[in-house]
Design a protein. Structure first.
Ligand SMILES: NC(=O)c1ccc[n+]([C@@H]2O[C@H](COP(=O)([O-])OP(=O)(O)OC[C@H]3O[C@@H](n4cnc5c(N)ncnc54)[C@H](O)[C@@H]3O)[C@@H](O)[C@H]2O)c1
Length: 365
């Protein structure tokens, strides 16, 4: 039987995007060669602020349809602050993709690596390993993501809407519980914490109610609840005590940055955006124009996002080798840190993008 083949749409984008994507592709292909049993076709699409400045549109003709047909989308970074659309906003076709493909589950892993840039002095901080699961299509971003959804917006008053719907929330919580089950099989405690403000907002009370309803279908997973303000405190006080944290859009936006700060910086922040029929994988950082073209970017956020993509494809299509390739990459990053082989310039080390990638490839074998 031939290899299972998957199409990956690649958007390199702006700034450091092409550099971190080149690193990611090299690592993915090394893992693929090691594990075998699957093939990937990489199909590149032009998009972003640079493309907009030259062509007057944010994605190449046919690319929006092209990426929607792919098995997964891998994105570097999009946006350059000095290039703006006529309404003054930045060029951001990825936000349109998120909306059009209804990528509701924003998965943001937060993990401390040995010798990594740990910010907390407590020895338990070495054990930090949790996921911020951020709903990404509604919540308090509902009126921000798409213009014209605000009823009142004038010079005297603006109202933004916090929207929670049952169908999206059911899917989100189910996703959280399945993720906790998968992590439990790999040694995590199997705990989902619902982060909300159910003491004050009706929308958040509904979010929590649906959490308890869905939990009944996952008796092997423990549950807890935490108000978002208390969760901010606990992320400093005992972040190692959490496994999967599920929350609405704006809370996830804020807490994922706080959580990312516990274990380093933007160069470690990987991200998966998953919907019912599409998955987009990109580092959480932007195009870093201040270091673009200087071989200084830390490619690990993009590389770990690539591993999330392989894991997603493996689970979705039942191809164990893809899952194994993802685990190979994650384990190589862990081992490389432990051996002192990962020294990103981002954290004051001596390795730029190319040197870091080379060192990781050597560990991957
Ligand atoms: N999803 C995306 O594509 C995305 C996300 C955030 C920002 N942006 C866009 O990126 C542009 C720059 O935004 P910004 O400066 O606010 O955020 P940014 O994430 O690009 O940079 C913030 C800081 O982090 C550093 N940094 C980011 N990624 C790094 C990496 N991999 N290695 C080392 N250092 C890294 C940068 O040098 C900078 O000092 C803007 O146009 C913004 O709209 C895009």
């Amino acid at each position: 039987m031939g290899n299972a083949t998957f199409n990956v749409a690649v958007i390199e984008g702006d700034g450091i995007g092409p550099d971190v994507i080149a690193a990611t592709r090299a690592v993915i292909e090394a893992a693929q060669a090691r594990v075998g049993g699957f093939s990937l076709n990489f199909d590149y699409h032009d998009a972003g602020a640079g493309y907009y400045a030259e062509h007057g549109r944010d994605m190449a003709p046919g690319s929006e349809e092209g990426v929607a047909e792919a098995d997964a989308i891998l994105l570097g970074a999009i946006g350059l602050p000095h290039i703006r659309a006529t309404d003054g906003t930045e060029i951001a076709p990825h936000l349109r993709l998120r909306e059009n493909m209804q990528l509701y589950a924003g998965v943001r892993p937060v993990k401390a690596y040995p010798n990594g840039p740990q910010k907390l002095a407590a020895p338990e901080a070495a054990k930090i390993d949790f996921i911020v699961l951020r709903e990404s299509t509604e919540g308090l971003f509902y009126s921000a993501a798409v213009h014209g959804r605000t009823d009142i917006a004038n010079d005297d008053e603006v109202q933004d809407i916090l929207r929670i719907t049952r169908p999206t929330t059911e899917k989100l919580h189910d996703f959280a519980f399945r993720l906790a089950q998968k992590r439990k099989r790999r040694g995590s405690p199997g705990l989902v914490t619902c982060v909300d403000k159910a003491n004050v907002f009706q929308s958040m009370a509904l979010f929590r109610k649906i959490f308890h309803e869905r939990a009944a279908a996952f008796p092997d997973i423990e549950t807890s609840t935490n108000y978002v303000d208390a969760q901010a405190l606990d992320l400093i006080r005992r972040p190692w005590a959490f496994d999967v944290l599920v929350m609405e859009n704006m809370f996830g936006d804020i807490l994922s940055d706080l959580a990312g700060g516990l274990v380093g910086g933007m160069g470690m922040a990987s991200c998966a955006e998953i919907g019912d029929s599409h998955g987009l994988f990109q580092p959480a950082h932007g195009s870093a124009p201040d270091i673009a073209g200087e071989d200084k970017a830390n490619p690990l956020a993009a590389i770990l996002s690539g591993a999330l993509m392989l894991d997603y494809l493996g689970e979705r299509h039942g191809v164990e080798q893809l899952t194994n390739a993802a685990l190979e990459i994650e384990s190589a990053v862990e081992r490389a840190f432990a051996a002192g082989e990962m020294r990103p310039m981002e954290f004051g080390g001596d390795q730029g993008t190319k040197a870091l990638t080379k060192a990781l490839l050597a560990v991957l074998g």
